[in-house]
Design a binder for this molecule. Sequence first.
Ligand SMILES: NC(=O)c1ccc[n+]([C@@H]2O[C@H](COP(=O)([O-])OP(=O)(O)OC[C@H]3O[C@@H](n4cnc5c(N)ncnc54)[C@H](O)[C@@H]3O)[C@@H](O)[C@H]2O)c1
Length: 243
Amino acid sequence: MRCHEEGGELILTNAPVAMRLGAINKLADDVKALVIPCDVTSNDDMINLITKSKEHFGGGVDFILHSVGMSINMRKGKSYTEIDYLANQKTLDISAISLHCLLATTMKLDAINDWGSVVALTYIAAQRVFPDYNEMADAKALLESVTRSFGYHYALKKHVRVNTYSQSPTRTTAGSGVKGFDGFISYAEKMSPLGIATAEDCANYIVTLFSDLTRYVTMQNLFHDGGFSFTGVTESVIQQMEK
Ligand SMILES: NC(=O)c1ccc[n+]([C@@H]2O[C@H](COP(=O)([O-])OP(=O)(O)OC[C@H]3O[C@@H](n4cnc5c(N)ncnc54)[C@H](O)[C@@H]3O)[C@@H](O)[C@H]2O)c1
């Protein structure tokens, strides 16, 4: 929505099965976007998405947001120490390898314009332990690694920036799937000197990362969390502990 407000022309996508449940068509109407289904674990779907996007725009795109994550083990309530490995492969495939597949496909089909920008959404569980974030922590660590490694090659090839963006906890379908999410949010509130960043603030920051004002930012993990990531403790937490 924020990209649309700033004049961006958009294509929206999601897994075909998710489209039946969500409100993607309503959003597409609001932002005048074409919708192209894509299961990110399917190479054919990915090629179709990128090819049709190029046809639609009559050339490459300037920016891409990777906002995909799913953990089957979390859904099934498996603890980190008892995960099912086939399900874990699926989690890594959907949540991390899909970024590699996206970048490899756009590079092969020359689908991102010079100085374009790709942003993938991640979480601080890639750096610090959040026990209930489970196998998604490993998926996010891999996502951030792909960002650095592919970012290097895409910078040399086409000046394309690739970054991950690490957001405060936000109430969404995936967010609410994390065990103890309410406690998670109130802890983050107490530990963030600026308070937790809202979904709208998230969108604002990502618009800057898509703009030409951040052309030399690449291969980074960018925290947007009200200071949470660098705060050791706050008075509010100490007060709570002393109760
Ligand atoms: N909500 C939070 O607190 C929070 C915090 C930091 C980062 N993130 C990240 O933000 C991103 C978006 O998550 P969200 O919180 O908006 O939840 P969400 O559940 O709305 O978004 C995840 C999306 O991934 C899609 N998806 C799952 N499997 C797919 C597949 N095989 N192919 C294509 N799409 C598929 C889902 O349909 C869904 O639309 C995720 O990467 C998540 O890890 C969320």
